[in-house]
Design a protein. Structure first.
Length: 413
């Protein structure tokens, strides 16, 4: 049987030429895609922009501390607006014993029972006070059992207020006889003894909203510390990392915060190579997620650029990192942000001016520039990016110069 001959394939030289051309074209395409756009022309345009950010609320507030104490009694509640010289709390010095207070409570109870006997159990005003006091005591028990999410400080203040009103009513209704006078004398003697162990905390920080809650950032995130805020701090806050030092045995405990009710800031971070950062003095619109539909008109402070990354390992461990801290200033009612630190928000703006492809913005040491070509000369100009979309941005010169105009050629260095 004859062996079947194999057919040989011969490659036409043009095949190799075509393959070679395709490879060259592919390599060229990859090269130019990686290089991006190399030149363009400044033109007039407008861009509306929405940028979602995660940021930190910075309040104008004063933190008040005190000497270490055994116990404390508050005279105001969370969220109250207090004036200068208002009585905030009474603290009991270290070493105070509760026996004296127990004696006072027993005397107050004995006085109350004697006064009730005098007015009679059918007294309508007294029964109304008792009903309201009982209702609040039940709410406090619900909070203790975690059956209610009401503020226990608020409830306790309401309870003390009602109890004082009831006491005032009984003192005004029941005449002071010999027996009652004896009890009152004992009570006053015990209170005099207690006064040697107590100290009243008087507000001397001005007027504002009071808060007894702390998140650990009060000493590093406040309006007085804006000049020392760094990029790592803002990122740590947004990611829920508390970098504050724990109180030591010698640290005075924080007692309360006094918050300016109509002035606060929003700080957020952008990457060092991101052309957009807020422009000082420009207006922006802010809408917070999850809190309300209110849209706030705010003003930007100068962005803080952190561009230099140390090469030494030890320095890298303590560096503030690279990036830009953007700060927006609010002059409006602080509302619930008096107790909120981290937020998600949408920053909106609309800008009209000189328009250029984003790829022609050059970031050097964290600062955006454009390079203008005029004949054989190239001039570097610092710019602010007022708004951007996926492809283009609106720019304005920074530093008070006035050299950019429509029609100028922009090149990549």
């Amino acid at each position: 049987m004859a062996r079947k001959r194999r057919r040989r394939f011969r490659f036409n030289p043009r095949f190799f030429i075509i393959i070679g051309v395709l490879l060259v074209l592919a390599a060229a395409a990859v090269f130019f895609l990686r290089r991006g756009k190399q030149s363009g022309t400044l033109s007039a345009g407008s861009i509306s922009m929405d940028r979602k950010v995660a940021g930190a609320i910075i309040r104008e507030e004063t933190t008040v501390s005190t000497d270490r104490f055994e116990k404390i009694h508050f005279h105001v509640i969370e969220g109250d607006t207090v004036a200068n010289n208002a009585l905030i709390a009474t603290v009991y010095r270290m070493g105070y014993q509760d026996e004296s207070m127990i004696t006072i409570l027993n005397l107050e109870k004995e006085i109350y029972q004697y006064q009730v006997q005098q007015v009679g159990s059918a007294d309508a005003t007294l029964n109304d006070f008792n009903s309201r006091i009982t209702a609040i005591e039940e709410l406090i028990r619900d909070v203790a059992r975690e059956d209610s999410n009401q503020d226990d400080l608020v409830l306790e203040q309401q309870l003390r207020s009602l109890q004082q009103e009831r006491s005032n009513y009984l003192y005004a209704t029941v005449p002071v006889d010999t027996y009652l006078q004896g009890l009152l004398t004992q009570l006053n003697d015990q209170k005099a003894t207690i006064s040697n162990w107590t100290r009243d905390i008087i507000n001397t920080a001005g007027s504002g909203i009071i808060s007894f809650y702390f998140d650990g950032y009060e000493e590093v995130l406040s309006s007085s510390k804006l000049s020392t805020i760094n990029i790592s701090l803002v990122r740590d806050v947004v990611h829920g990392l508390n970098t504050s030092k724990a109180n030591t045995g010698t640290t005075r405990p924080m007692l309360y915060r006094l918050i300016t009710p109509n002035h606060f800031y929003l700080a957020f971070a952008t990457n060092i190579d991101d052309p957009f950062r807020v422009t000082e003095g420009e207006s922006y619109y802010v809408k917070f997620d999850d809190y309300s539909d209110t849209v706030y008109q705010v003003t930007a402070r100068a962005p803080i650029v952190f561009a230099i990354q140390p090469t030494d390992e030890e320095e890298q461990a303590s560096t503030s990192g690279q990036g830009v801290v953007n700060i927006l200033e609010f002059y409006t009612d602080i509302g619930s942000f008096s107790g909120i630190r981290t937020v998600n928000a949408t920053i909106s703006t609309a800008a009209t001016g000189l328009k250029i492809d984003k790829e022609l913005i050059t970031i050097e040491n964290g600062i955006p520039y454009v390079y203008i070509k005029n004949g054989d000369s190239i001039m570097r100009v610092e710019v602010s990016v007022l708004a951007e979309d996926e492809d283009d941005c609106i720019i304005r010169e920074s530093g008070g110069t006035s050299v950019l105009n429509q029609g100028q050629k922009v090149v990549k260095p």
